[in-house]
Design a protein around this ligand. Structure first.
Ligand code: ADP
Ligand code: MG
Length: 622
């Protein structure tokens, strides 16, 4: 048989490469803007017509190209940015593959105008489908202008595949935001069909964020600054009350390059833990600076994913820096109770005083040596909803139901209840550490404060409730006691194949908590029953939380499916900080917490309460 292998002609190779580099007009915008930045431009103009389908043009005042370079720039693997493979580990530029211009020129009509400062005349090159149509000397300003017209003119299938102008323009705007946010020191103008959508001068980072997201953004921003040996962080997170239902305001830049990182995103989410409503996402605009040697940006053709050498450390530093900022701005408690030993700072906090917090946490403290869990309500079938009053089976509540009925004047009822109430109080507080259950109040809608004989008890309401729900779920899952409530209408949910697989893997566990699936395949998940007390509206939140917990493989979790499920469900359903609780609910929380096997810590091993001894309080008055 004769030889059959041949080398692809360049224009074919370029078209194939274009498939990777150029998915839509927004990809052209990204590549051209990045080239302008690499050319050290200080002013960049983006001109777009018909959402980029007719024209994408980028004009910069950067260093321009010589005649030879102008011609060479359209060759594949032609780049001025690296010379040897080692340079890949010292990248300070956006581009380095030398593919963008060659790819774009293979599938569009391109006109390049460029001039270097020292030259009087510049170069104009016209290329259509990799074919050079003309090259001339011309009068043109210093810098470069690249116009890309009729994108995909020679690949009708790709052209037809483009979405509506609205959608394509949104993609372009997203790219523009990313580039403009990463470079506040560059002025940008962005025109679409003749009107300017953005016009931002050279400015500082806060001004840039505000210019792009609107004046109202200013009051929402909480600065985050941290500098360690391995990582510098600067930027902002949005105050929790301005969090969004969508993830549209989440920006990480690593060495001024926009990246996506579910893992680092998780670090931020966990710093916000307890401060956000379910299914709300924090906003952030964070610049991370790391040694270029410690990252590999080569793993993705469009370069939005990168690999870090030491992700775990970055995770810990980021989380702690964001928590610290939220604390400093009085958004979260200043004391970082949540420091886990595994996250203990592997770096030096610069410029931070080493004074220890005045409150000492006695983790071993447990005022209730007697095991009262069997008598205490939460271990029964409970309404997981935050409204404690509506949980009929919680024995604790029955006391107050009785007291309320006092007004209705049913003597016998009342005496019975009073008796039960005393008995209850006796049994729980037999060692009289807590003076009376009536002395609780809520602080900042976050903490439940109660008095002890020896001092004061402060409970974190969100974590405490997580602990209560967690133990309850875990019990159901492990003893396989399904308590299900049937839905009136089956709930249909759709997930990606990956996500569906996660649910499938956990199906048995989910069923033990009370979920009933009538269908569970890649196209659709149909749920006909849910655990008793779980509102239908929470179901998708629980499943999404579960998926994201599995996907993100939280660094401290020693993975066990039932444990993870119980944790996720507890996290989704626990009452949040910011929710006010009446005194009945507060006391119920206190009692239920101390009926738990491990009341001291949340399911993720963080303290659920602290105590302060009278001695310590007295010392403060000296
Ligand atoms: P890469 O950016 O990966 O090097 P490109 O195909 O995007 O590859 O560009 C090829 C080369 O053309 C660049 O390395 C650069 O030298 C030159 N170039 C492209 N755009 C500009 C510009 N706006 N100003 C100056 N030089 C440019
Ligand atoms: Mg480039």
């Amino acid at each position: 048989m004769s030889d059959i292998i041949q080398l692809l002609p360049d224009h074919v190779a370029n078209q194939i490469a274009a498939g990777e580099v150029v998915q839509r007009p927004a990809s052209v915008v990204k590549e051209l803007l990045e080239n302008a930045i690499d050319a050290n431009a200080t002013e960049i103009k983006l001109i777009v017509k018909d959402a980029g389908k007719t024209l994408v043009q980028v004009i910069d005042n950067g260093k321009g190209m010589s005649v030879t370079d102008a011609r060479l720039s359209f060759e594949r693997h032609a780049t001025s940015k690296i010379k040897a493979a080692e340079d890949l580990f010292q990248l300070n530029t956006k581009g380095f593959r030398g593919e963008a211009l060659a790819s774009i020129a293979a599938i569009a009509h391109v006109e390049l105008k460029t001039k270097q400062e020292q030259d009087d005349l510049g170069t104009v090159i016209v290329i259509e489908g990799s074919e050079v149509k003309s090259q001339e000397v011309s009068v043109t300003p210093t810098g470069t202008s690249v116009s890309v017209k009729h994108l995909f003119f020679n690949i009708p299938a790709r052209r037809n595949f483009l979405k509506s102008d609205t959608v394509e323009l949104r993609h372009i705007t997203d790219e523009f935001h990313r580039v403009a946010l990463a470079h506040p020191n560059i002025a940008f103008v962005f025109y679409h069909n003749g009107s300017d959508l953005f016009n931002v001068p050279q400015e500082n980072y806060r001004q840039r964020v505000v210019h792009i997201f609107g004046t109202k953004t200013n009051e929402k921003l909480v600065p985050v600054e941290e500098e360690t040996e391995v990582l510098k962080i600067s930027g902002f997170v949005g105050k929790p009350e301005f969090s969004k239902k969508t993830k549209s305001e989440q920006y990480f830049f690593v060495n001024q390059r926009f990246i996506k990182s579910p893992y680092l995103n998780h670090a931020i989410k966990s710093a916000f833990e307890g401060l956000l409503k379910d299914s709300y996402h924090p906003s952030y605009f964070l610049n991370l600076t790391v040694d270029p040697k410690s990252i590999d940006i080569n793993i993705h053709p469009t370069k939005t994913e990168i690999k870090f050498d030491d992700e775990h450390t970055l995770y810990a530093i980021l989380r702690s820096a964001v928590k610290h900022s939220l604390g400093q701005f009085n958004i979260a408690p200043i004391l970082d109770f949540e420091q886990q030993s595994s996250f203990n700072t592997p770096y030096i906090y610069k410029n931070k005083s080493a004074s220890t917090p005045a409150i000492e946490v006695d983790r071993s403290f447990n005022p209730f040596e007697d095991d009262t869990s069997s008598k205490n309500g939460i271990s029964k079938k409970t309404n997981y909803n935050s409204d404690f009053k509506s949980s009929p089976a919680a024995s604790w509540e029955s006391l107050y139901v009785g007291l309320e009925s006092k007004g209705n004047n049913s003597e016998s009822d009342f005496s019975e209840v009073t008796f039960e109430s005393e008995a209850k109080t006796e049994s729980i507080f037999s060692d009289s550490l807590i003076e009376t259950t009536k002395t609780t109040f809520q602080l900042q809608q976050k903490y439940i404060v109660s008095t002890l004989k020896s001092g004061m008890l402060v409970i974190d309401q969100n974590r405490a409730h997580q602990r209560i729900l967690y133990e309850n779920f875990l019990k159901h899952i492990t003893i396989q006691e399904a308590t299900s409530q049937q839905l009136l209408f089956p709930l249909q949910l759709h997930y990606t194949p990956n996500e569906t697989k996660i649910i499938k893997d956990l199906k048995a566990n989910l069923e033990h908590t009370g979920f009933v699936f009538s269908k569970l395949d890649t196209k659709e998940i149909t749920i006909t029953g849910v655990p008793v007390g779980v509102p239908e509206s929470e179901v998708s939140i629980i499943l999404e939380q579960l998926i994201s917990d599995v996907e993100n493989d939280v660094p401290d979790s020693n993975f066990s499916a039932s444990d993870l499920l119980a944790k996720s469900m507890a996290k989704s359903l626990a009452i949040k900080n910011g929710q006010s609780l009446n005194s009945t609910e507060q006391e119920h929380m206190v009692n239920s917490l101390f009926a738990c096997k491990e009341p001291n810590v949340s399911p993720t091993n963080r303290p659920t309460f602290i105590t302060m001894a009278v001695d310590d309080i007295e010392k403060k008055f000296m």
